[in-house]
Design a protein around this ligand. Structure first.
Ligand code: ZN
Length: 145
């Protein structure tokens, strides 16, 4: 599998550069649409920035993914992709990695420290909820900057 990325963000219709399979990771897919993240970009491509998730489509040749644009927040949610603050940290259950359900970011939480709390999350934390598709156990992972 290879990825085709437009050289310039303002010209999403091309020209394109080719990125080999070691240059990107598929984070999630549904039918012919994929969310991918690039690790390295060929010369002549001035975007995206690091860690930006890209919405792409599988081409008719079945061998290439064509980048359409940056993925929207809505797509990242719909494809169930955790936006990690730190390194990936997927818990396991029943011997397998758990499935990501969704995440809660600090901007939707009460940031005030509870009375008597010895420690608390400071102001840039995210909480990731996972479930096990075998036993429906749930687990949360917290991360902060
Ligand atoms: Zn389980």
């Amino acid at each position: 599998m290879q990825a085709l990325i437009p050289e310039i963000k303002e010209h999403l219709g091309g020209p394109f550069r080719t990125v080999g399979e070691k240059g990107f990771t598929v984070l999630a897919s549904r039918e012919n649409t994929y969310i991918i993240e690039f690790h390295s970009l060929p010369e002549g491509v001035a975007w995206p920035e690091e860690f930006v998730n890209m919405y792409s489509q599988k081409q008719h040749d079945g061998e290439s993914l064509k980048v359409i644009r940056e993925a929207t927040d809505e797509e990242i949610k719909r494809f169930r992709i955790p936006v990690w603050v730190q390194d990936d940290d997927v818990p396991e259950c029943c011997g397998k990695p758990m499935f990501f359900v969704g995440q809660i970011d600090d901007d939707t939480l009460c940031a005030e420290r509870p009375k008597h709390a010895k420690m608390w999350w400071h102001d840039a934390a995210s909480f990731y909820v996972f479930t096990c598709p075998k036993c429906l156990s749930c687990e949360a992972v917290g991360q902060q900057y």
